[in-house]
Every structure is written in structure tokens, then in C-alpha cells.
Design a protein around this ligand. Structure first.
Ligand code: PSU
Ligand code: MN
Length: 307
């Protein structure tokens, strides 16, 4: 199942997979490129604790010195959270880091690849990458979208990051045959905010229903991933009207400075952190924890359905 790529698993991940107990994959780009130290380390450890509290096992994915890991110990997470020379790996350069012995953090796309390779069907993150604003001239569209179309992993997110063009991102997902399911509401959430002003294509209200949908997709055959859009809890949200002002300001600064390519998303998240005096980080952490909880419940439903 793992092909010729060896996956270094922690004992708890290996045992859980061997015994068909629920496992939730976690990405590492959110640690290295999404949040500043030390909040990033605290978030990474808290997310793991939330998953364990739900009776599932966390498997944080990263490439360390050319080795693919599923599950990281606290010392490795701490080191990664402080490192400044870590690659941001997507489908295009995941194998490059493995072949060259490099250290890289996995984005949504590369984490989906690794999770699928390891036999982990559920993955929790903050928000996926998507179609950037101005993509009609920059062509900046995240590889996360193509990965969702091809790799059968359920990605639990708070939607696409609100710095993106959400209508275009939803169109691109529809074109690629990716189901987008809002959890417990009709509206498509917008990462820091519960509502984007758009309706989500689909809605489900509990983890068991998501597992049923996934099992039916497998039976139909040739399915890729699915995007669960889980709104940030009410008490942690920042209203869309306020966020939109900060996003517009951050986008203007990025344009002035000529920020491009892989640097765009980390730059915008950093700008927004400053513009909100750190509030956006608190919300980001809260929504990741909320997604981890739901992902653990979905993983539990899937494990019991297949045992
Ligand atoms: N979610 C967050 N923070 C992040 C990301 C997601 O809350 O930093 C990362 C994910 O790894 C996602 C990546 O795959 O941003 C998208 O980057 P790009 O737009 O360059 O494809
Ligand atoms: Mn991009």
C-alpha cells in the first residue's frame, strides 16, 4: 500500500492503522508558513490533543531530512515550528524534498498525497488554497484544488481562505467534481467568518452522514477528495465586513511589494495578523481545533463502518 516510499510512523499511528482505529492526518505548512512562533507550536500540540480527546490518533505529516513522517513527536514539532528554512511542499516538489534529503512542510495537496499513501482517509486543516483574487491575470490557482479532484481524502476545513476569490474557487471545485459540503448550515463559510455571502453546494449536519456520503462515493468509483466546510464557532468568528477591510488592505500591500507564487498566502496571513492585532491568529487556531474535532468524529464513523 505504501509503494516504495517508506513512511516513518509513530507507534500510535502504526498501531491505530493496523487495528482499523480512527486516525486524522494534519498538515505542517500551517505550522511553518501559516502562523508565527510560538503560537504555531501551541496550535500543533493542541490540535493533536483535541483529536486524542475524541478517541482518534493524530498523524501530523512532514518531510524531515528526506524522510516522510506520519505522526511527529513533540520535540520534532517544536523544532519545525521554529525553523526558518523549511520548504513549502505541494504536489510539484514533494518528491523533490524526499529525493534530495530536504526538510519540507506539507500543504493541503502534499498532505492529501501522504495521507492517501498511508491509508488515512480524513485530514483536518484550517483552510484550503484556491483561486486567488486577480487569478485572471496572475493564473495563481492552488494545486490544492487539483489534488482534491484526484486523491480520495476528506479534507475538513473552515472553507477556502477568505483572502481568495471564493466564487471562483467554488466554480473550480465544481468543475473538478469535488463535493463541497457545509457542516450544519446552508452558507459557505469564509474561514475567519461563518458566512461568505454564498450558499454552499451541499449541506450535511452530522459526522455519520458525511461517512455515509463518502462510502457511497467509493462505491460509485473513481472518486477524488471531498471538502467539508465547517464554520468557525460563533464566539471565535470575526465578522466578514471587518475581515474584508483587512483582506483588501493586505492584498493592496502584496501588490505594491510584488509578492508572488508560494509567498502570497504566507504574506497575506502575516499582514492580516498585524492588521487585526493578533485576533486573526486566535480565530485561526480556534477554527483549526474545531475542524480537528469534526475530522476525528468523521474518522471514527468511517472506521466503525468498515469494521
Ligand atoms: N490553512 C491555514 N493556514 C495555512 C494554510 C492553510 O489556516 O497556512 C496553507 C495550506 O498548507 C494550504 C496552503 O495548502 O496554505 C495554500 O498555499 P497556496 O495558496 O500557495 O497553494
Ligand atoms: Mn499559488
Amino acid at each position: 500500500m505504501t509503494g516504495s516510499i517508506n513512511i516513518e510512523m509513530t507507534a500510535e499511528v502504526a498501531e491505530a492503522l493496523a487495528q482499523n482505529r480512527p486516525v486524522v492526518a494534519l498538515e505542517s505548512t500551517i505550522i511553518t508558513h501559516g502562523m508565527p512562533w510560538p503560537g504555531n507550536r501551541d496550535m500543533a500540540l493542541e490540535v493533536e490533543a483535541v483529536i486524542r480527546a475524541e478517541g482518534a490518533v493524530p498523524a501530523t505529516i512532514a518531510v524531515i531530512d528526506g524522510k516522510l513522517h506520519a505522526g511527529l513527536d513533540e520535540a520534532t514539532i517544536t523544532k519545525l515550528a521554529q525553523a526558518t528554512d523549511v520548504m513549502k511542499l505541494s504536489r510539484a516538489d514533494f518528491a523533490f524534498a524526499l529525493a534530495e534529503g530536504r526538510t519540507g512542510a506539507t500543504t493541503v495537496a502534499a498532505t492529501m498525497m501522504a495521507a492517501h499513501l498511508a491509508g488515512i482517509p480524513v485530514f483536518a486543516t484550517g483552510g484550503i488554497g484556491g483561486v486567488h483574487q486577480g487569478a485572471e491575470t496572475s493564473f495563481d490557482i492552488s494545486a490544492d484544488l487539483d489534488e482534491l479532484s484526484r486523491t480520495p481524502v476528506i479534507v475538513v476545513s473552515a472553507g477556502a481562505k477568505a483572502i481568495l476569490d471564493i466564487p471562483k474557487t467554488l466554480e473550480a471545485l465544481e468543475t473538478r467534481g469535488v463535493p463541497v459540503v457545509a457542516f450544519g448550515q446552508d452558507a459557505m463559510p469564509a474561514f475567519w467568518s461563518r458566512e461568505s455571502g454564498l450558499a454552499a453546494p451541499l449541506r450535511l449536519d452530522d459526522a455519520a452522514a458525511i461517512a455515509r456520503f463518502e462510502i457511497t462515493r467509493r462505491a460509485l468509483g473513481g472518486h477524488g477528495g471531498m471538502l467539508i466546510a465547517n464554520p468557525v464557532p460563533v464566539e471565535d468568528e470575526i465578522a466578514a465586513a471587518e475581515m474584508n477591510r483587512h483582506i483588501a488592505a493586505a492584498l493592496a500591500t502584496a501588490r505594491e511589494k510584488g509578492i508572488e507564487g508560494k509567498a502570497v498566502t504566507p504574506f497575506l496571513l502575516g499582514e492580516i495578523l498585524n492588521l487585526t492585532d493578533g485576533e486573526s491568529l486566535k480565530t485561526n487556531i480556534a477554527l483549526v481545533l474545531n475542524n480537528a474535532r469534526l475530522a476525528a468524529r468523521i474518522a471514527s464513523e468511517l472506521a466503525s463502518a468498515s469494521s
